[in-house]
Design a protein around this ligand. Structure first.
Ligand code: UT7
Length: 324
């Protein structure tokens, strides 16, 4: 018998304000046609003035707790994956901790940009597997709208705000891929590509928050290669084939990246959960947002095999294989 981290509840939250491509085309030199053709994005949700990452995270967390049928006081470990914290410190996770009524354990943030949720899931899984905690709450939450240069058409059309969360609970398994819970996680980074996707500010460098900069074409090229590789790694580690996977929940950066990865790995497109059209790229929030949607509408069913994969600034990338 071994310990597995089972996903026992999912929740998500999107700010109410919707911004369409047409609205952006009125502000910068772009068009709905260009954005849809190059990225698949049609709209994004943007946080209201004063609405912070911790607000989005708390709403998603409360919904995940409700779905799991537990209260915040039962959570032993809370991790928020975010690149857009409320403040430089303390961790956004501690604010969420107090709001959900979690009175013990530990809360901290993880920074791996768009791979943040997979990184946080991996950390929480390892805490559970070593027996240090029983119940963990893993949240991906972002307000990327606050770090965009709204006059830069190459980046401002691509991102959105939102949050998603999962509750993990220790569960006994037999050690095979038939067990329910996280079967394996695989994390990578390569700091030689730091400058291809970064924010040009920070406490120690400029004492400002800064704006997102991206060499889109280069990031795209690396994304398809790295994602295909880390998905292959997850399949090999579990002695599985692409055809064994019921659903892939990819990071939602670009429809063409998702399609390119699916093609490279032999996944039919109807197995790829896609929200990029409506949510745009919500960085660390995109996977738990998409997962919550597909669980909520009944596509993803208990017992099915789900593969999560992401790639982001750093570069960072990773995958997680989960039996729901
Ligand atoms: O989540 C973290 C990971 N992030 C990603 O995975 C994003 C990866 N990259 C991408 O998704 C794509 O590279 C983009 C969507 C960012 C861009 O698509 P692309 O097909 O790679 O276009 P491009 O950057 O090669 O630009 C093509 C042209 C350029 O004009 P020229 O040089 O050909 O004259 C750009 O200046 O499109 C121009 N362009 C735009 N035109 C209209 C760039 N942004 C826009 C825009 N509207 N918003």
């Amino acid at each position: 018998m071994i310990v597995r981290s089972q996903i026992v509840g999912c929740g998500s939250y999107l700010p109410s304000r919707l911004v369409t491509n047409a609205e952006l085309a009125a502000q910068v030199d772009t068009s709905d046609e260009w954005i849809v053709e190059r990225s698949g994005i049609r709209q994004r949700h943007i946080a209201a003035e004063g609405e912070t990452t911790s607000d989005l995270a708390t709403n998603a967390a409360l919904r995940a707790l409700e779905a799991a049928g537990i209260s915040g006081s039962a959570v032993d470990l809370l991790i928020v994956a975010t690149a857009t914290p409320d403040n430089t410190f303390p961790a956004t996770a501690t604010k969420v901790q107090s709001r959900i009524g979690m009175k013990h354990g530990a809360a901290f943030d993880i920074q791996a940009v768009c791979s943040g949720f997979v990184y946080a899931l991996s950390v929480a899984d390892n805490f559970i597997k070593t027996g240090q905690v029983q119940t963990a709450l893993v949240i991906g939450a972002e307000t990327f709208s606050r770090i965009l240069d709204w006059s830069d058409r190459a980046t401002c059309v691509l991102f959105g705000d939102g949050a998603g969360a999962v509750v993990l609970r220790a569960n006994r398994g037999k050690g095979s891929s038939a067990d329910r819970g996280i079967l394996s996680t695989h994390l990578h980074s390569d700091g030689t590509h730091y400058d291809l996707l970064y924010v040009d500010g920070g406490p120690s460098s400029t004492q400002t928050v800064g704006h997102v900069h991206m060499e889109g074409r280069e990031v795209f090229r690396h994304a398809v290669i790295n994602l295909a590789s880390v998905v292959g790694e997850a399949l090999a580690a579990n002695d599985l084939k692409a055809s064994d996977i019921d659903w892939v929940v990819p990071h939602q950066a670009n429809r063409r990246i998702i399609e390119g990865t699916a093609k490279k790995l032999g996944f039919p497109l109807d197995k790829m959960v896609m929200t990029v059209e409506r949510h745009a790229n919500t960085s660390a929030a995109s996977i738990p947002l998409a997962l919550t949607e597909a669980v909520g509408d009944g596509r993803i069913k208990p017992g099915q095999l789900v593969l999560l994969e992401a790639m982001g600034g750093g570069f960072t990338w990773g995958s997680a294989l989960v039996r729901m």
